[in-house]
Design a protein around this ligand. Structure first.
Ligand SMILES: NC(=O)c1ccc[n+]([C@@H]2O[C@H](COP(=O)([O-])OP(=O)(O)OC[C@H]3O[C@@H](n4cnc5c(N)ncnc54)[C@H](O)[C@@H]3O)[C@@H](O)[C@H]2O)c1
Ligand SMILES: [Zn+2]
Length: 345
């Protein structure tokens, strides 16, 4: 077992279940995929409980699905001594946590993340919420779960594309905070990774950063490396050929590393190494024609981190060290996207 912070445990699921008899009622929230692939594996280890099942995918991370969850908790007569276990990826965790934190002003919940992205990122840091209209994570709260139970055996059934998408956040954590781990990461392929070790390391970085700056006034912003341009690319492709989050963030990290050479002193050598590794893992996506790149840059203006209409980016000083609040212009972003576009597939 690995303890990262008091409440985050990386161990086989069954070992996390002690002390649940103090709860009056327990429910497990799953989506249709985690119901089949994850819940079936662990249901016999759990004490008596209710099951709440919701449709899978980001398009269901909305108020309508919250209503299904709140309805179930109401029908099962959940109270402040009850527990909700969110067994799933970031969608189940963000939305289940939001529903628990708001139901009767807050009941206890546990995150049991089953995707790599949720294990290394979404389940850590207390951000909960849902999408509203076309805005991602528009309605939400900060609230900490009672515990985070991470069992990397759940990753066995995760589609490879989803695994790779989560791996973008693993790469990001190394690039912003740990040059040694970054060097080690590049010498193994996705298939060879030791997930217990990788997840423990990544969670330690994220929870360390979050504990210094829980509400994102300063340092926590470094977790957004790759995300200013990455989110803009993700939004651009949303109604076309949607990219997974990590796929868009990989593009964002290449572009923001390119800007780092110009604006924050990243060496060319470290930049080429970073770009080459990201391309080797994610391949090259086709961005739209040159004239459309400014549409993507425009989308970066929507970023929550901007101040008074000025785009603020996280850039690298060197691999393993990031700086935040670096002003960049829309032209800078277009130039970075143009660089990405010029790369060989
Ligand atoms: N709260 C935060 O700080 C934070 C951080 C990053 C991302 N997020 C949120 O996380 C969400 C994305 O998370 P995600 O990538 O985990 O998406 P997801 O929850 O949609 O899971 C991806 C897919 O994998 C399936 N799945 C999950 N576990 C599986 C398993 N073990 N085996 C087989 N299939 C499985 C799911 O049903 C889904 O189809 C987004 O909504 C994003 O906003 C939140
Ligand atoms: Zn991300």
């Amino acid at each position: 077992m690995t303890f990262i912070a008091n409440h985050i445990k990386i161990q086989p699921f069954a070992e996390s279940l002690q002390g649940l008899d103090r709860f009056s009622k327990i429910a497990v929230l799953v989506d249709h995929n985690t119901s089949v692939h994850c819940y079936q594996k662990i249901k016999d280890q759990l004490p008596p409980h209710f099951l709440i099942s919701i449709p899978e995918g980001e398009i269901h991370k909305n108020l309508q699905t919250c209503q299904i969850i709140w309805d179930a908790l109401t029908n099962y007569e959940f109270d402040r001594n009850s527990l909700l276990i969110n067994l799933g990826g970031g969608v189940v965790g963000d939305m289940g946590g939001f529903c628990a934190a708001t139901f009767k002003r807050g009941i206890t919940f546990v995150q049991a993340p089953t995707t790599l992205l949720a294990q290394v990122d979404a389940s850590v840091g207390g951000k909960l919420g849902i999408d509203f209209r076309q805005y991602k994570n528009h309605i939400g709260v900060f609230a900490e779960p009672e515990a985070v139970w991470i069992d990397t055996a759940f990753l066995d059934t995760l589609p490879e594309r989803e695994l790779r998408s989560g791996f973008a956040e693993v790469i990001k954590h190394c690039l912003i905070a740990d040059s040694q781990a970054w060097d080690a990461l590049q010498s193994t392929s996705l298939a060879q990774q030791n997930w217990n070790q990788i997840v423990a390391h990544s969670v330690a970085i994220k929870s360390g950063v979050v504990s210094e700056d829980p509400t994102e006034k300063g340092l926590r912003k470094i977790l957004n490396f790759g995300h200013t341009i990455g989110h803009a690319v993700e939004s651009y492709f949303l109604d076309k050929q949607p990219l997974l989050h990590g796929e868009a963030i990989a593009i964002g990290m290449i572009c923001e590393a390119w800007l780092s050479v110009r604006l924050s002193g990243l060496s060319k050598e470290e930049f080429y190494q970073t770009g080459a590794y990201l391309l080797s893992v994610f391949g090259k996506e086709n961005l739209p024609a040159d004239a459309e790149l400014s549409t993507i840059a425009q989308l970066a203006l929507q970023d929550k981190k901007n101040k008074a209409g000025q785009i603020q980016c996280v850039l690298l000083k060197r691999t393993g060290e990031a700086v935040y609040d670096v002003p960049v212009s829309q032209n800078d972003i277009v130039a970075a996207l143009r660089y990405y576009q010029s790369l060989e597939a």
